[in-house]
Design a protein around this ligand. Structure first.
Ligand SMILES: [Zn+2]
Length: 198
């Protein structure tokens, strides 16, 4: 019999439900007994998991399940603080992924270039709009993206998007369909759930 390549599962210490390990957030203790978010599941040591959901993180801390599972009942960490750290981790992850997409030539930026690309159906998987984009550009992009079924998400200032792309201010950027765009979409969904931006 062929061994099926089943994804390993782990139990969330908040809701107690088993999920594929890759979908969970992993935590470990540093040698200094600090709680670390091991988002990429790479750090050594005993790992404890929660779903990437506010409720599970809050429950895990408030009921001391996370502390107990790590054998670190003395751990001083508040639920809000942990949620904020996870959000920060997600933001960094999204920035890194966009940077990687840029390096492999999968990003188009600038409102006119993106607008033209959407209209010509150039295979964008998603469009990133800055938080401080003008309403004029925003409505044009949303209109065009909707008619071509391209997802749009709003995050970062135009200054920050420019920095991530190694350029001046950019209020609009688009990502070509592919692995990186899929990964970014997933992280953006997690970010929205964690930051209650729905
Ligand atoms: Zn859970």
């Amino acid at each position: 019999m062929s061994k099926r390549c089943r994804e390993p599962e782990r139990t969330c210490v908040g809701c107690r439900v088993s999920q594929p390990q890759a979908s969970l957030v992993r935590y470990v203790l540093s040698p200094q007994q600090q709680l670390l978010i091991d988002y990429r599941h790479k750090l050594p040591g005993r790992g404890v998991y929660t779903c990437c959901e506010i409720e599970c993180v809050v429950k895990a801390i408030e009921r001391k399940q996370l502390q107990r599972s790590l054998k670190a009942e003395q751990l001083q960490v508040g639920p809000d603080q942990l949620v904020a750290s996870i959000i920060e981790t997600l933001v960094q992850r999204i920035e890194n992924l966009i940077g990687m997409a840029r390096k492999s030539g999968q990003v188009v930026s600038g409102s006119q270039a993106v607008l033209n690309g959407i209209k010509r159906n150039e295979g964008f998987a998603l469009v990133l709009l800055s938080d401080d984009v003008s309403t004029g550009i925003s409505s044009k992009i949303f209109g065009a993206a909707q008619s071509q079924h391209v997802d749009v998400f709003q995050m970062f200032s135009k200054g920050r998007i420019g920095e991530i792309l190694g350029k001046g201010e950019r209020s609009v950027a688009a990502l070509q369909a592919g692995k990186l765009a899929r990964a970014i979409k997933l992280e953006v969904q997690r970010y929205k759930r964690m930051s209650r931006e729905n």
